[in-house]
Design a protein around this ligand. Sequence first.
Ligand code: SF4
Length: 189
Amino acid sequence: MIYTWEDIEEHVAVCTCCPLCKTRRLPVMGRGNRQSALMLIAEAPGGQEDQQGIPFVGSSGEVLDRLLQDCGLKREDIYITNIIKCHPPGNRDPKEEEKEACFPYLKYETYLLKPEIIVCLGRVAAQRIITPDFKITRQHGTWIYRKNCALTATYHPSAILRDASKYEIVKEDFCEIAKKRAQLLAKQS
Ligand code: SF4
């Protein structure tokens, strides 16, 4: 049973619950502000994250930082994690059994964080968290509400590395997210 952030970290650090434990270099636990109302969820650590054990370092991380900055947010304002905590070889999509094996960690992170806004980065995260038939091209930037939480999705920053024209689209989504966070903070103050 996991009760604390430290418990999750300890379990993830030595996890062998799926075959990715054999190919990863380092598992990548979520990071950021553990008091934040804003949780970002992507699909899986990339190659650089695998080397450093930290989410969103490298070029995708740089794009994310630029997006946050352009919308008046900082890394310290968010908590960021992945559906699975170990890098899939060749950056392939995570397999169903890997997602299922790793999902309890995400559940515990969500339970401890109690986010009021969840942002899925990319199709894989959106289809696991929002709905299995989520179409990122058509539905990015839309919102749904579950209990006390607002959920949305946008493109993964790596999509911008492949197609720079997506930057402005994703920036618009991020600015809406920043607006929603500001409204939430104003309500709480
Ligand atoms: S991906 Fe998740 S379930 Fe698989 S070994 Fe890594 S931490 Fe464990």
